[in-house]
Write a protein that binds this ligand. Sequence first.
Ligand code: APR
Length: 176
Amino acid sequence: MTRATIEVIEADITTLNVDAIVNAANETLLGGGGVDGAIHRAAGPDLLAACRALPEVRPNVRCPTGQARITPGFRLPAKYVIHTVGPVWEGGDEGEAELLANCYRESLRLAWEHDVRSIVFPAISCGVYGHPLTAAVALAVREVRGFLRRETTPGHVVFCCFGATVTAAYRRLLQN
Ligand code: APR
């Protein structure tokens, strides 16, 4: 079994020509700021239409926190967008770590189901949602490594960082 590869890059995720990029969305899946806003701007209006067409599991909720949904990438170079909703940091006693771990697991499960070979994650919940960076990065690396011990698809996982601080946090961990 050829081992999958994990890479850290510093880039704008919307520019990457890969099978799937992961969007750090909110439960409405109707766009927002941060990476969500960048992905919708780059993908064009068809992405919003595709998200709006996804069924609501309850009023205004198409993707509950910790779950993931997949759509085409439309104008993006990426074939798919996997939308996942990270937890809002509320101090650490509200199950945030488990919910964030589920974001990685569910995104990887969707990637596996769609035979995605290369998947790129932003630092989910580390922006507006305020998750402490070091803990979120350690959790992301742990979840990806755990998944890749069991599966060979996706064969390439990229942590796409926006800024030197996040890049350094991932690089510090992955060099070990
Ligand atoms: N490419 C890669 N990473 C990016 C980009 C980009 N173009 N833009 C922002 N980021 C990084 C941020 O710097 C941060 O490290 O993505 C990480 C996640 O930050 P947010 O986008 O703020 O996502 P999150 O913290 O999960 O908050 C989600 O913000 O945009 C809204 O609709 C979204 O309500 C949801 C909330």
